[in-house]
Design a protein around this ligand. Sequence first.
Ligand code: KG4
Ligand code: ZN
Length: 335
Amino acid sequence: MLVLGIESSCDETGIALYDGENGLLAHRLYSQVELHALYGGVVPELASRDHIRRIIPLIQDTLKAAERQISDLSGIAYTAGPGLIGALLTGASVARSLAFSLNIPAVGVHHMEGHLLAPMLEENKPQFPFICLLVSGGHSMIIRVDGIGRYRLLGDTLDDAAGEAFDKTAKLLDLGYPGGPEVSKLALQGNSERYKFPRPMVDRPGLDMSFSGLKTYTLNTWKQAQKENDATLQTKADICRAFEMAVADTLAIKCKRALEQEGLNRLVVSGGVSANREIREKLQNLMKKRRGEAFFPRLEFCTDNGAMIAYAGAQRLMAGEEQGLNFSATPRWSL
Ligand code: KG4
Ligand code: ZN
């Protein structure tokens, strides 16, 4: 089975070809980051227009890279939600029209299921069951995964998602967009001893998380530095370091608790924030100490991409799932 995957939920157009027998054949990504950077965040209308421009040439490019023809396709997977409605509709309508014209099935994939399964594209893939920490720009969830489509939500964020907290922190410190990689880059030069940020909600039982307080803590620390005439780049770096360490520690504490609660020792970490060096290291160490295993997607598949959608869609199509001709885009959709 040869499946074309189309991701267009936000500001990246991702296309990939996944083969049931030979795995991932080719993938292409076009990022709109520069387009939106001017505005300090994603402008939905610009995002949809750019997806329209990029999607067909990227499909052609991906087919060429894999030395396949469009007629070789046996199914199409597209991100049906959650995401920006206009952006989602672009991918959904291309996917559905192509599937109709080729007389092959199309399947709408949940974007977060794509993230959750992204580590399955690696050679060393996790066996079920496992605990998945899903941390992106819109979500922070801890999920028990017993198989494809068998997901149980154990913990969620009560306010900001982890990635959102990174992005807002970057904005407060005037570091540009997207914030996560900028905060992470500057944190490398930060002194880990200077500030100690709180670890939110770790003293309460349960697996829910909250990151908006950390953002306020960042703001107050920065304002204080400004008052003391210490608003330097080094201070920004020290704040970034303290912020990143607080997020990483909090996530590690929650993951440890989830693994203990469920009696499991395999941890999968995915979503844009799983690209963060400090978080990867901390969770690797946690699993080493527990003599368990940690699994991450390769860096380019942590953030949005077509490969994870092609993979998730292929699993669903191989299981016989198929949807009618109505194309669906669901901007809000729980996993
Ligand atoms: O998964 P993703 O590409 O899109 C969503 O589904 O939301 O995640 C994007 C999020 C953004 O908030 C971005 O700032 C964050 O992931 N991110 C990072 C890093 N790279 C991306 N956060 C922290 N450290 C990074 N290196
Ligand atoms: Zn995503």
